[in-house]
Design a binder for this molecule. Sequence first.
Ligand SMILES: N[C@@H]1[C@@H](O)[C@H](O)[C@@H](COP(=O)(O)O)O[C@@H]1O
Length: 235
Amino acid sequence: MDIKIFDTAKEASKEVFHEFEQALANGATTFGLATGSTPEDLYEYITASDLDFSDATALNLDEYYGLSADHPESYATFMNKHLFSKKPFKETFIPNGLATDVEAELARYNTLLDEHPIDLQILGIGQNAHIGFNEPGSSRETKTQLVDLTDSTIQANARFFDSVEDVPTQAFSMGLASIMQSKHILLLAFGESKAQAVKDMIEGPVTEDVPASLLQEHPNVTVYLDSAAASLLSK
Ligand SMILES: N[C@@H]1[C@@H](O)[C@H](O)[C@@H](COP(=O)(O)O)O[C@@H]1O
Protein backbone atom coordinates (compact mmCIF):
# COMPACT_ATOMS: atom_id res chain seq x y z
CA MET A 1 0.00 0.00 0.00
CA ASP A 2 1.33 3.42 -0.98
CA ILE A 3 0.03 6.02 1.48
CA LYS A 4 -0.19 9.68 0.40
CA ILE A 5 -1.23 12.29 2.97
CA PHE A 6 -2.30 15.85 2.14
CA ASP A 7 -3.40 18.82 4.25
CA THR A 8 -6.82 18.93 2.61
CA ALA A 9 -9.26 16.71 0.72
CA LYS A 10 -9.06 19.07 -2.26
CA GLU A 11 -5.28 18.70 -2.55
CA ALA A 12 -5.60 14.92 -2.30
CA SER A 13 -8.41 14.89 -4.88
CA LYS A 14 -6.29 16.96 -7.29
CA GLU A 15 -3.59 14.29 -7.11
CA VAL A 16 -6.19 11.59 -7.73
CA PHE A 17 -7.30 13.59 -10.78
CA HIS A 18 -3.70 13.45 -12.06
CA GLU A 19 -3.81 9.63 -11.58
CA PHE A 20 -6.81 9.56 -13.96
CA GLU A 21 -4.94 11.83 -16.40
CA GLN A 22 -1.93 9.49 -16.27
CA ALA A 23 -4.06 6.35 -16.61
CA LEU A 24 -5.77 7.72 -19.74
CA ALA A 25 -2.38 8.67 -21.18
CA ASN A 26 -1.20 5.10 -20.49
CA GLY A 27 -4.16 3.65 -22.40
CA ALA A 28 -6.57 2.83 -19.55
CA THR A 29 -10.10 2.31 -20.89
CA THR A 30 -12.11 1.01 -17.92
CA PHE A 31 -12.69 2.89 -14.69
CA GLY A 32 -14.36 1.61 -11.50
CA LEU A 33 -16.20 4.52 -9.91
CA ALA A 34 -17.56 5.27 -6.43
CA THR A 35 -20.23 7.49 -4.92
CA GLY A 36 -20.68 9.28 -1.61
CA SER A 37 -19.22 12.65 -0.62
CA THR A 38 -15.61 11.50 -0.86
CA PRO A 39 -15.18 11.53 -4.68
CA GLU A 40 -17.14 14.79 -5.24
CA ASP A 41 -14.03 17.01 -5.50
CA LEU A 42 -12.40 14.49 -7.86
CA TYR A 43 -15.43 14.52 -10.16
CA GLU A 44 -15.37 18.33 -10.13
CA TYR A 45 -11.73 18.31 -11.27
CA ILE A 46 -12.57 15.76 -13.99
CA THR A 47 -15.63 17.63 -15.32
CA ALA A 48 -13.70 20.93 -15.34
CA SER A 49 -10.85 19.35 -17.31
CA ASP A 50 -10.42 18.58 -20.99
CA LEU A 51 -9.80 14.88 -20.28
CA ASP A 52 -11.61 12.80 -22.90
CA PHE A 53 -13.51 9.74 -21.63
CA SER A 54 -15.53 9.27 -24.82
CA ASP A 55 -13.79 5.93 -25.48
CA ALA A 56 -13.87 4.88 -21.82
CA THR A 57 -16.13 2.53 -19.87
CA ALA A 58 -17.34 3.21 -16.33
CA LEU A 59 -18.55 0.56 -13.90
CA ASN A 60 -19.96 1.66 -10.57
CA LEU A 61 -19.34 -0.16 -7.31
CA ASP A 62 -22.84 -0.30 -5.96
CA GLU A 63 -26.48 0.80 -6.03
CA TYR A 64 -29.23 0.83 -3.44
CA TYR A 65 -31.77 -2.00 -3.87
CA GLY A 66 -35.31 -0.72 -4.31
CA LEU A 67 -34.50 2.69 -5.80
CA SER A 68 -35.15 3.46 -9.45
CA ALA A 69 -32.27 4.90 -11.47
CA ASP A 70 -34.05 8.28 -11.53
CA HIS A 71 -34.73 8.35 -7.76
CA PRO A 72 -33.10 11.54 -6.37
CA GLU A 73 -30.93 9.50 -3.98
CA SER A 74 -29.98 6.62 -6.28
CA TYR A 75 -26.31 6.25 -7.11
CA ALA A 76 -27.27 6.40 -10.79
CA THR A 77 -28.66 9.91 -10.17
CA PHE A 78 -25.54 10.83 -8.18
CA MET A 79 -23.23 9.75 -11.02
CA ASN A 80 -25.26 11.55 -13.72
CA LYS A 81 -25.36 14.72 -11.60
CA HIS A 82 -21.68 14.75 -10.60
CA LEU A 83 -20.01 13.26 -13.66
CA PHE A 84 -21.75 11.67 -16.65
CA SER A 85 -23.99 14.64 -17.54
CA LYS A 86 -20.86 16.80 -17.85
CA LYS A 87 -18.21 14.32 -18.98
CA PRO A 88 -19.56 11.65 -21.38
CA PHE A 89 -18.22 8.10 -21.31
CA LYS A 90 -18.63 5.59 -24.17
CA GLU A 91 -20.65 3.39 -21.81
CA THR A 92 -21.53 3.38 -18.14
CA PHE A 93 -22.81 0.49 -16.03
CA ILE A 94 -24.40 0.39 -12.58
CA PRO A 95 -26.52 -2.32 -10.93
CA ASN A 96 -30.27 -2.00 -11.52
CA GLY A 97 -31.82 -1.09 -8.17
CA LEU A 98 -35.25 -2.27 -9.37
CA ALA A 99 -34.14 -5.67 -10.70
CA THR A 100 -36.94 -8.17 -10.04
CA ASP A 101 -34.70 -11.21 -10.61
CA VAL A 102 -31.80 -10.69 -8.17
CA GLU A 103 -29.77 -13.71 -9.28
CA ALA A 104 -30.04 -12.61 -12.94
CA GLU A 105 -28.90 -9.08 -12.03
CA LEU A 106 -25.91 -10.41 -10.07
CA ALA A 107 -24.97 -12.62 -13.04
CA ARG A 108 -25.43 -9.70 -15.46
CA TYR A 109 -23.11 -7.47 -13.45
CA ASN A 110 -20.50 -10.19 -12.94
CA THR A 111 -20.48 -10.78 -16.71
CA LEU A 112 -19.98 -7.05 -17.32
CA LEU A 113 -17.04 -7.07 -14.88
CA ASP A 114 -15.52 -10.10 -16.61
CA GLU A 115 -15.94 -8.46 -20.03
CA HIS A 116 -14.56 -5.08 -18.83
CA PRO A 117 -11.55 -5.66 -16.54
CA ILE A 118 -11.07 -2.51 -14.47
CA ASP A 119 -7.85 -0.57 -15.06
CA LEU A 120 -8.36 2.03 -12.33
CA GLN A 121 -10.79 1.60 -9.42
CA ILE A 122 -11.56 4.36 -6.94
CA LEU A 123 -12.95 3.53 -3.52
CA GLY A 124 -14.21 5.46 -0.54
CA ILE A 125 -14.41 3.78 2.85
CA GLY A 126 -17.23 3.53 5.32
CA GLN A 127 -16.84 4.46 9.00
CA ASN A 128 -16.93 0.71 9.70
CA ALA A 129 -14.25 0.15 7.01
CA HIS A 130 -16.70 -1.19 4.43
CA ILE A 131 -15.72 -0.77 0.77
CA GLY A 132 -18.47 -0.52 -1.77
CA PHE A 133 -21.28 -1.92 0.35
CA ASN A 134 -19.22 -4.87 1.56
CA GLU A 135 -19.92 -4.69 5.27
CA PRO A 136 -17.78 -6.24 8.03
CA GLY A 137 -17.94 -10.03 7.77
CA SER A 138 -18.20 -10.02 3.96
CA SER A 139 -16.38 -12.95 2.39
CA ARG A 140 -13.30 -12.13 0.33
CA GLU A 141 -14.52 -14.73 -2.21
CA THR A 142 -17.71 -12.89 -3.07
CA LYS A 143 -18.39 -11.27 -6.41
CA THR A 144 -21.38 -8.99 -7.02
CA GLN A 145 -23.91 -9.55 -4.26
CA LEU A 146 -27.08 -8.23 -2.66
CA VAL A 147 -26.05 -7.07 0.81
CA ASP A 148 -27.88 -6.10 3.99
CA LEU A 149 -26.70 -2.69 5.13
CA THR A 150 -25.55 -2.35 8.74
CA ASP A 151 -27.16 0.21 11.01
CA SER A 152 -23.88 2.17 10.98
CA THR A 153 -24.04 2.47 7.20
CA ILE A 154 -27.75 3.33 7.17
CA GLN A 155 -27.19 6.03 9.80
CA ALA A 156 -24.14 7.40 7.93
CA ASN A 157 -26.02 7.57 4.63
CA ALA A 158 -29.27 8.92 6.15
CA ARG A 159 -27.90 12.46 5.68
CA PHE A 160 -28.79 12.18 2.00
CA PHE A 161 -32.43 11.19 2.70
CA ASP A 162 -35.42 12.99 4.27
CA SER A 163 -35.42 10.48 7.12
CA VAL A 164 -33.51 7.38 8.17
CA GLU A 165 -36.64 5.33 7.40
CA ASP A 166 -36.20 6.30 3.73
CA VAL A 167 -32.72 4.77 3.50
CA PRO A 168 -32.80 1.40 1.73
CA THR A 169 -31.73 -1.53 3.90
CA GLN A 170 -30.15 -3.51 1.06
CA ALA A 171 -27.86 -2.78 -1.87
CA PHE A 172 -26.19 -4.40 -4.83
CA SER A 173 -22.41 -4.23 -4.48
CA MET A 174 -19.37 -5.43 -6.33
CA GLY A 175 -17.95 -8.00 -3.95
CA LEU A 176 -14.46 -7.97 -2.44
CA ALA A 177 -13.31 -10.55 -5.02
CA SER A 178 -14.58 -8.28 -7.82
CA ILE A 179 -12.82 -5.22 -6.37
CA MET A 180 -9.53 -7.07 -5.86
CA GLN A 181 -9.40 -7.91 -9.60
CA SER A 182 -8.87 -4.24 -10.50
CA LYS A 183 -5.39 -3.49 -11.81
CA HIS A 184 -4.85 -0.34 -9.73
CA ILE A 185 -6.95 0.78 -6.75
CA LEU A 186 -7.09 4.31 -5.36
CA LEU A 187 -8.69 4.49 -1.91
CA LEU A 188 -9.74 7.96 -0.81
CA ALA A 189 -10.57 8.85 2.78
CA PHE A 190 -11.12 12.30 4.20
CA GLY A 191 -12.20 13.61 7.60
CA GLU A 192 -11.96 12.60 11.26
CA SER A 193 -14.86 10.15 10.97
CA LYS A 194 -12.72 7.85 8.79
CA ALA A 195 -9.55 7.93 10.95
CA GLN A 196 -10.21 4.68 12.84
CA ALA A 197 -11.27 2.81 9.69
CA VAL A 198 -8.12 4.07 7.93
CA LYS A 199 -5.91 2.96 10.84
CA ASP A 200 -7.54 -0.48 10.90
CA MET A 201 -7.25 -0.77 7.10
CA ILE A 202 -3.54 0.07 7.00
CA GLU A 203 -2.12 -1.03 10.35
CA GLY A 204 -4.54 -3.72 11.53
CA PRO A 205 -4.56 -7.43 10.66
CA VAL A 206 -6.12 -8.56 7.40
CA THR A 207 -9.57 -9.69 8.48
CA GLU A 208 -13.04 -9.90 6.93
CA ASP A 209 -14.25 -7.91 9.96
CA VAL A 210 -12.39 -4.95 8.41
CA PRO A 211 -13.19 -5.30 4.70
CA ALA A 212 -10.76 -2.54 3.63
CA SER A 213 -7.86 -4.40 5.33
CA LEU A 214 -8.01 -6.91 2.48
CA LEU A 215 -6.46 -4.20 0.30
CA GLN A 216 -3.16 -4.88 2.10
CA GLU A 217 -3.00 -8.03 -0.05
CA HIS A 218 -3.53 -6.18 -3.36
CA PRO A 219 -0.28 -5.47 -5.29
CA ASN A 220 -1.19 -1.97 -6.46
CA VAL A 221 -3.14 0.19 -4.00
CA THR A 222 -2.60 3.92 -3.44
CA VAL A 223 -4.31 5.44 -0.39
CA TYR A 224 -5.10 9.17 -0.53
CA LEU A 225 -5.78 10.79 2.85
CA ASP A 226 -6.22 14.22 4.28
CA SER A 227 -4.51 14.89 7.60
CA ALA A 228 -7.72 14.31 9.59
CA ALA A 229 -8.28 10.83 8.15
CA ALA A 230 -4.59 10.04 8.73
CA SER A 231 -4.62 11.37 12.29
CA LEU A 232 -4.59 7.97 14.05
CA LEU A 233 -1.83 6.40 11.94
CA SER A 234 1.22 5.55 14.04
CA LYS A 235 3.89 6.18 11.37
N1 LIG B 1 -21.55 2.59 -0.75
C1 LIG B 1 -20.92 3.84 -0.34
C2 LIG B 1 -19.42 3.62 -0.32
O1 LIG B 1 -18.96 3.35 -1.63
C3 LIG B 1 -18.77 4.88 0.24
O2 LIG B 1 -17.35 4.74 0.23
C4 LIG B 1 -19.25 5.11 1.65
C5 LIG B 1 -18.60 6.36 2.26
O3 LIG B 1 -19.34 7.47 1.83
P1 LIG B 1 -18.80 8.96 2.02
O4 LIG B 1 -17.76 9.16 0.93
O5 LIG B 1 -20.01 9.83 1.80
O6 LIG B 1 -18.22 9.07 3.39
O7 LIG B 1 -20.67 5.29 1.64
C6 LIG B 1 -21.44 4.29 1.01
O8 LIG B 1 -21.51 3.23 1.88
